[in-house]
Design a protein. Sequence first.
Length: 401
Amino acid sequence: MIIQNYIEKIAKCSKPAEGVTRLPFTKEHKSANNLLKQWMSDAGLKISLDAAGTLIGKYFSPKKNVKTLLIGSHQDSGYNSGRYDGIMGVILPILALKELKKKKIILPYNVEILAFADEEGVRFPTALMGPRSLAGTFNKKDLKLKDKNNISIEQALKSFGCNPSKINSLKRNKKDLLGFFEVHIEQGPVLESKNLAVGIVNGISGISRFKLEIEGYASHAGTTPMHLRKDSLAATAEVINAVENLAKKNKNFLATMASIENRPNSVNAIPAKSLSFVECRSVDDKKRKKVEKEISKKIGLICKKRGLKFNLNKTYDQSAVSCDKKIMSTLKKSFQNLKLNPFVLMSGATHDASAMSDLCPISMLFVRSQKGLSHNPKEFTIEKDMQIAVKVIEKFLINFN
């Protein structure tokens, strides 16, 4: 079993461009599904496609009246993206079930492998339709949303052989479920920095974004003394430095300022108005909100000192999601069975598991990303790490009850 062969093969289900471009409900998506169907069949799974475009491979335990463990990730990519993000988390569990079948190991519960259609939100101005449909949180109004070619989600689903009118019926009963488990590349450098192949995720970060406008006034760069300037960009630079320092002082907290507009943006004029965005992420919502207040206070002090006006408005807020401690404990045991370090880390990115948390307990396994690269054609995970991940999944499935 050479896993890279599976990755390479499905990476060809892409628009002809650098990296992988596989958008939902396209011919590339259909080609990828055809391969997944073949691999699911090899693992002895019963295959179906639901109304939201999620491809499902089902393992039925010989035991009667048992609950189901859901395992999955997404098959879609962004534009010119990597070949591991999402799809690896579908392939590795399939291969783990295939190994269990080969070893004639019977599980005392049912398993469903889910290949979600649209996590990236690249083709349509929404995302996570598959898991949200299962959780009962999908808004049917979103079916009218259109892509840049004026094709609605509803039209795309119908052309893909799905019946969007049945999406509401996809909602699952949490009493029938054991939980949701997602395998994903880390998309960051932490595991590599620790020289670890795999890690256990303890939660998915909450995210908040703020629009910051700082206003001074423009004047001539050659005639206005430094102490008389009302420089909005210099103030923004001071804010950036302050935000970075606050983030460094707070464990499990991340802050980024990566989008800046400046006016008049002329080489010989002092900036009059600067627009920027502050993004905060943490698995601890209380900490995130605490540091947000500290950032707001610091911005106020900086602008007051410089005699500048400012507006800080929240534009986005998403709560953090914690992974289930009981399932994490099973994962840790699986690591220990294999003499692996059960290293725990947070996820700074949103995943299908985020939406599934509205339905049932969730857990995640991260696999090392070379150089922390993701959403990049150079995204890479070595064969040995994926082989280790498959063994962890096998042990996890055996230990899970």
